[in-house]
Design a protein. Structure first.
Length: 306
């Protein structure tokens, strides 16, 4: 048993910051940023709750599902609006939901962690029939806009999916991981901005994600060539290229939005999923691999039969 996606929606702030804008604020250049990260521009200016409400409203509309029919809300975010209550409660109130709701924080691996949790709960006896899974982050308020090592990467954005129970098996395998020895590589204390050891994160991400993807495919009895669509966390296009090379998944199978969104943490995979959907790549039966990594360091991979 499992759950199928019957609706998807996205949210991005209107305000665009181009690489040229950043080059006026700090010692960097459009050429350097594009070459090292694949990013041209990013969007900032909305809190996590608004990103969640906007994307969930669009997902519910596409699914043709009334909020009263949703049995579970999970919000993946590392940037809640406030410490207490969870931002899922703010979204719950605004949408008029009647179900249980909670926040999940696994940094940029959060949406994929959330996919595994949601699918597993829907698979359990008496589990929810319809669930809303949102990935949204507002990184701009925790970004140090004077640090060229992080400000070129981070942004705000989100996406939401409506999942509906099915008797077919949809999630074929998964792998969740945390290497807490690396927990200080990306950090933001209460009231502080994000700090990151970029080069170390780059190396750790390529190794852990490549291993995780291969492990998850093996658990599903599949080969890299069986992957129809790869939805990787959008942190740096060079990381995605390196993962494709190490795993043997053709880069053309990946779906990427980073050029115009930057890295908005839990928002990136649903944003890439929405793009793959609009391009008709998420056809029934397709083998879809989601894989994310982030602060912790966490990683998560799933293989889903669409
Ligand atoms: N513009 C120009 N020059 C720069 C910039 C910049 N924005 N940033 C760094 N440099 C310089 C450095 O000072 C260094 O100069 P030096 O050789 O004279 O010392 C040189 O460029 C190379 O610096 P590196 O840090 O080695 O550059 P790298 O190619 O590793 O790129 C980057 C840096 C883009 C941050 C890369 O390491 C990266 O993407 N890392 C992964 C980050 C990531 O995935 N983070 C998301 C985690 S998810 C989450 O939880 C939010």
């Amino acid at each position: 048993m499992g759950a199928r996606m019957i609706g998807i929606g996205t949210a991005l702030p209107e305000k665009v910051i181009t690489n040229h804008d950043l080059a006026e604020m700090m010692d960097t250049s459009d050429e350097w940023i594009r070459e090292r990260t694949g990013i041209r521009e990013r969007r900032i200016g909305l809190p996590t709750s608004t990103l969640g409400i906007q994307s969930a409203t669009a997902a519910l509309e596409m699914a043709g599902v009334d909020p009263s029919e949703i049995d579970l809300l999970i919000l993946s975010t590392a940037t809640p609006d406030q410490r207490v209550p969870g931002t899922s409660a703010v979204i719950h109130a605004e949408l008029g939901l009647r179900c249980g709701a909670f926040d999940l924080n696994a940094a940029c691996a959060g949406f994929t962690y959330g996919w595994v949790v949601t699918q597993s709960m829907m698979d359990a006896p008496g589990g929810p029939r319809r669930a809303l899974l949102i990935g949204a982050d507002s990184l701009s308020p925790v970004t140090n806009w004077e640090d060229r090592g992080t400000a070129i990467l981070f942004s705000d954005g989100g996406g939401a999916v409506v999942l509906e129970h099915t008797n077919e098996q949809t999630m074929l395998s998964w792998d969740l991981g945390t290497d807490s020895r690396h927990r200080r590589l990306i950090m933001a204390d209460h009231g502080a901005k994000l700090s990151m050891e970029g080069r170390e994160v780059f190396k750790a991400a390529v190794l852990s994600v490549s291993d995780s993807v291969l492990t998850t495919l093996e658990r599903a009895g599949l080969e890299p060539d069986d992957v129809d669509v790869l939805l990787p966390h959008q942190a740096n296009i060079r990381i995605i290229e390196a993962i494709c090379k190490r795993t043997g998944i053709a880069f053309e199978r990946s779906c990427n939005v980073i050029e115009y969104t930057g890295n908005n943490s839990s928002g990136t995979i649903p944003l890439a999923m929405a793009k793959a959907h609009s391009e008709g790549r998420l056809r029934p039966g397709a083998v879809v691999v989601m894989t994310g990594f982030g602060a912790g360091m966490t990683w998560a991979t799933t293989v889903t039969r669409w």
